[in-house]
Design a binder for this molecule. Structure first.
Ligand code: FAD
Length: 294
């Protein structure tokens, strides 16, 4: 009796969804698609019928909304930069593809582009919350960062001693930050940061709506720095490379240890994920083919 001809599947779109779907149809990817096998709860079942997979991508590149580019020597995720750790699928996929190390996004650090005189990428010091220093140490680090001048940081420090000067009417993010921390802090750091996060102009965004943490602190009166100091800053754990596999497999599906970061990214950028999937799909024996620019 001759073997049944392979099933033929066409996947339209080479973003992370299409590439993962295609990979799940290959011999190497099938175990991942079967939760029982994935968790080691069931032995491998009977062999699946052969499948030929064709991925059709209209763009010249794969990855869709996930794209990592090099900027001033650093990998920068232009789209998605992290995934939620509480859902184990993405972490499991990284483990199966043997890519890592995983990092909490905060560990990669945040940078500010400074275009005065020449374009420079300046690392944002630790201890800032929404760009606002919350300790003397973070103030000193900010003064040495090149992002804000020592004079600008000195002006911001007045926030600690100025009396409550809330005007009593709603103000914009820009007005609030300038009032409490000075115009340099507003223009060089907090404004661009909050404007980017909210995809808006800080001189038009209402403080209490756009950044409730700051807006409410300003309304309560007193120091923004002290008000924000009460809020915990994001964790900066990098899981040791050796512990990564153990951590991902030992953990029951869906469980979340409170000490784990909520988000995980890849040190070299999330673009490594579609790249690795594409490499597996293109490898001999996968039964898959990828066509771009179609
Ligand atoms: C700026 C930004 C930041 C984000 N940050 C995060 C984040 O931190 N964490 C997170 O989890 N998510 C984030 N997301 C969302 C996440 O990136 C997307 O949900 C995810 O990448 C979508 O993947 P996809 O494969 O479903 O779609 P897409 O990435 O859109 O891929 C679809 C692909 O299909 C192709 N295509 C479309 N039509 C056709 C056609 N007719 N024929 C052939 N090809 C076609 C497209 O060219 C594209 O390559 C972010 C999104 C953006 C834009």
């Amino acid at each position: 009796m001759s073997a049944a001809p392979p099933a033929r599947v066409v996947v339209v779109g080479g973003g992370i969804t299409g590439l993962t779907a295609a990979y799940s149809l290959t011999p190497a990817g099938r175990a991942l698609a079967d939760p029982a096998q994935r968790d080691g709860a069931a032995p491998p079942g009977p062999p699946h019928p052969a499948v030929e997979v064709l991925v059709l991508e209209s763009d010249d590149r794969l990855g869709g909304k996930i794209r990592t580019t090099d900027f001033a020597g650093h990998p920068v995720d232009e789209g998605a930069d992290s995934f939620i750790t509480r859902t184990p699928a993405a972490i499991e996929l990284c483990r199966r593809l043997d890519i890592g190390p995983l990092v909490s996004p905060a560990q990669n650090g945040a940078f500010v582009v400074r275009t005065r005189r020449r374009t420079r990428l300046l690392r944002m010091p630790a201890g800032l919350v929404l760009g606002v220093p919350t300790s003397l140490r973070s103030m000193a680090a900010l003064a040495g960062s090149g992002i804000v001048s020592a004079r600008g940081v000195g002006r911001a420090a007045l926030d600690l001693v100025r009396r409550d000067d809330w005007p009593g009417t709603e103000e914009t993010v820009g007005e609030m930050v300038s009032r409490r921390l000075g115009s340099e802090m507003s223009q060089s750091l907090v404004g661009p940061l909050l404007g980017a996060v909210n995809a808006g102009d800080v001189d038009e965004l209402e403080a209490v709506s756009a950044v409730p943490q700051l807006g409410e602190a300003a309304r309560r009166g007193g120091s923004l720095m002290l008000a924000l100091r009460r809020r915990p800053t994001a964790g900066t754990t990098v899981w040791p490379a050796g512990a990564f596999a153990d951590w991902a497999t030992a953990r029951p599906a869906g469980s979340a240890d409170a000490s784990e970061p909520v988000f995980a990214g890849l040190r070299d950028g999330l673009g490594a994920l579609p790249d690795a999937l594409a490499a597996r799909l293109r490898s001999a024996g996968s039964g898959a083919e990828i066509r771009t620019g179609v």
